[in-house]
Design a protein around this ligand. Structure first.
Ligand SMILES: Nc1ncnc2c1ncn2[C@@H]1O[C@H](COP(=O)(O)OP(=O)(O)OP(=O)(O)O)[C@@H](O)[C@H]1O
Ligand SMILES: [Mg+2]
Length: 281
């Protein structure tokens, strides 16, 4: 169903009206559910409208995967959620709190969100352990012993405990990306945002990062993930969202969106992915 940007409020319920005039209830006025709720968000870069009245909700323990052409706004959306970009219209709620209000404390918001990029961004001059414990000690004010115990427990879980004292350049790309994910997890985030976390990896290293993300899903972590790898989307997504022209044009369970899309634009995008070998099995 294509959502057009007509919204209405009736009897205290908010609706989006689709192209056929049918109403889709999107919640009660003043009542916000889900871990993340992006409502009517607009983002413009120097006249370039990147997000245009975008609506998206991520429920507790849900894994939502964003797909879409390069430049469709996946990273911009994740950056808006983490308040690395300001928005031009709409609201973003985290656990029912409007984090885009002028008075919102961005540092407090970021404490609750783990963000991992394609390039791992580990500090080269710090050991694995110090990379992971930096934020817990500086931002969350944990003492060194507690922070290191938490970090070591997580490193153990991802099979990297013996690398704790190494510097990042001694680790493979896959190992560095697992450390970057541990660095986000150590703060016990409510929500993980993953932006193309497997894109910079050699194919033989992708598997170990995917396995870690699957185990996070099994642990119930709520995640919003941007990827070009449809196989990855298929493996981890509860819901796949196709971004096009600044909006979510189509969404649904992975098999529905990836194998049987209803929108011509989604089909066109998936054909391109297939021709570049990124459709996955
Ligand atoms: N800081 C910025 N200043 C100006 N334009 C920007 C900025 N960041 C992103 N854009 C533009 O916004 C659009 C969306 O970019 P974005 O990086 O969000 O796309 P994407 O879907 O993540 O693409 P990719 O799949 O290549 O990672 C692009 O046209 C990009 O050039
Ligand atoms: Mg991107």
């Amino acid at each position: 169903m294509k959502l057009v940007s007509r919204r209405t409020v009736e009897n205290g319920h908010k609706f989006i009206i689709d192209a056929n005039g049918r109403g889709l209830a999107v919640g009660r006025v003043g009542v916000v559910s889900g871990v993340l709720r992006v409502a009517g968000v607009r983002k413009v870069f120097r006249g370039n409208v990147v997000l245009d009245d975008l609506w998206l909700e991520v429920g507790e323990h849900e894994v939502v995967v964003l797909i879409g052409a390069s430049g469709s706004g996946k990273s911009t959306l994740l950056r808006c959620v983490n308040l690395l970009e300001s928005i031009d219209d709409g609201t973003i709620h985290l656990d029912g709190v409007d984090i885009t209000e002028p008075g919102a404390d961005a540092d407090e918001v970021r404490k609750k969100i783990g963000l991992v990029f394609q390039s791992f961004n580990l500090f080269p001059h710090l050991s694995v352990l110090d990379n992971i414990t930096l934020a817990p000690r500086r931002v969350h004010r944990l003492d060194r012993a507690t922070a290191e115990a938490k970090a070591l427990a997580l490193l153990q879980k991802v099979g990297l405990a013996e690398r704790a004292r190494d510097y990042p350049d001694r680790l493979s790309g896959g190992q560095q990306q697992r450390v970057a994910i541990v660095r986000a997890l150590v703060n016990e985030p409510r929500l993980m945002l993953l932006d193309e976390v497997t894109s910079a990896l050699d194919p033989e290293l992708v598997g170990e990062v995917l396995a870690l993300i699957r185990s996070l899903k099994a642990d119930g972590m709520t995640m919003l993930i941007a990827t070009h790898e449809m196989g990855f989307a298929r493996q981890v997504a509860d819901r796949v969202c196709f971004l096009h022209n600044g909006q979510i044009l189509e969404e649904g369970p992975p098999h529905r969106v990836l194998d049987d899309p209803t929108e011509p634009r989604t089909r066109q995008f998936l054909r391109l992915m297939e021709s570049s070998g990124r459709l996955g099995g």
